[in-house]
Ligand binder design. Structure first.
Ligand code: AN0
Ligand code: CP
Length: 317
């Protein structure tokens, strides 16, 4: 594998899952594969899990790691092409990217949707320039439209906890005070559509996701109806996608918060969230601290998804 930005890049998904479980059994069995190889992780946005789990995964493979927070300590980067750089940004991405490529073997990039220009976000302008100009394999650590390392960890977690061959998985919108990207729900939907699940998406009207990601999912506007018989509840907030409201918060209606009453409608479902999560907005304290909550196990699997991806990239260096 050269680059990893979406589910298709992994190739055979069942095979990739097998590799992931093999790594989980003994994560130190491939410590030679990354010897003298350097991973550079570039963050345009904050992170706790991605930063730590990806570094840990690289160290498990014997790699060296370097982390750069672009907005803290590096020169502010201009990303627009053809502009007169007389403002507050001393360096252009077009020099910065190939320079970064000189110092490493693999690059991970986190660059969220900016909600300034929908086309730029959905064309993955930043991530694609890293692919085009770095000369290195590039993987997404959450880009504008997808968060594939998260979705891979989510799939691993569902595989571990499912009690039936084809569980009912419900992605539910939940309220949040600030505008959040669609990357996590888009990506989760993409991975659920690439596998065999009874997959339902529920959200208030106006929060429809890009149909490319919704795919064959069943969309149900009545959250309680959607929860009935669910085996997994995957909560996430996102800002509106549809025009003219792209990137806007249309509702903070706490009647969409995941609580004990709604969980009681399910088939004793597990509760999932990618984290960070705002308690008593997205999910009540009671639900997130209940034994059905597997958010920590889900976060733990981020190390496994990252290690599987890095191993596959290293194999083709
Ligand atoms: C980000 C998001 O919603 O995309 C990262 C989640 C992994 N969340 C926040 O910014 C709170
Ligand atoms: N789930 C996730 O990607 O978390 P971070 O934003 O903390 O990396």
């Amino acid at each position: 594998m050269r680059n990893f930005t979406c589910v298709q890049d992994l190739g055979d998904l069942q095979q990739a899952l097998k590799e992931a479980f093999e790594i989980k059994k003994d994560r130190f069995q491939f410590t030679e594969s990354g010897k003298n190889k350097t991973l550079l992780m570039i963050f345009f946005n904050s992170s706790l899990r991605t930063r730590l789990s990806t570094q840990k995964a690289a160290m498990n493979l014997g790699m060296n790691t370097m982390v750069l927070d672009v907005n803290q300590g590096a020169w502010k980067l201009e990303t627009e092409h053809g502009v007169i750089m007389d403002g507050d940004k001393p360096e252009h991405l077009l020099e910065a990217i190939p320079v970064m490529g000189c110092y490493c073997d693999i690059i991970g990039v986190r660059s969220f949707a900016r909600f300034e220009n929908k086309e730029e976000d959905y064309n993955e302008m930043i991530l694609n320039q890293f692919i085009q100009y770095s000369g290195r394999p590039v993987f997404s650590m959450e880009a504008a439209t997808r968060h594939p390392l998260q979705s891979f960890a989510d799939l691993i977690t569902i595989e571990e906890y499912k009690k039936t061959a084809r569980p009912k998985v419900v992605l539910t919108w939940a309220p949040h005070p600030k505008a959040l990207p669609q990357a996590v729900p888009n990506s989760f939907a993409e991975w659920m559509n690439a596998t065999d699940h009874d997959f339902v998406i529920t959200h208030p009207e106006g929060y429809e996701l890009d149909p490319v990601f919704v795919g064959n999912a069943c969309v149900e506007y009545d959250q309680k109806k959607a929860f009935q018989g669910a085996d997994f509840i995957y909560a996430k907030n996102w800002a509106a996608y549809a025009d003219p409201n792209y990137g806007k918060v249309l509702s903070t209606d706490r009647s969409w918060t995941v609580d004990t009453d709604k969980m009681a409608l399910t088939n004793n479902a597990y509760f999932m969230h990618c984290l960070p999560v705002r308690r008593n907005m997205i999910v009540t304290d009671d639900v997130i601290k209940s034994p059905q909550s597997i958010v920590i196990q889900e976060a733990a699997n981020r190390e496994i998804s990252a290690q599987t991806v890095l191993k596959k990239i290293l194999q083709e260096l």
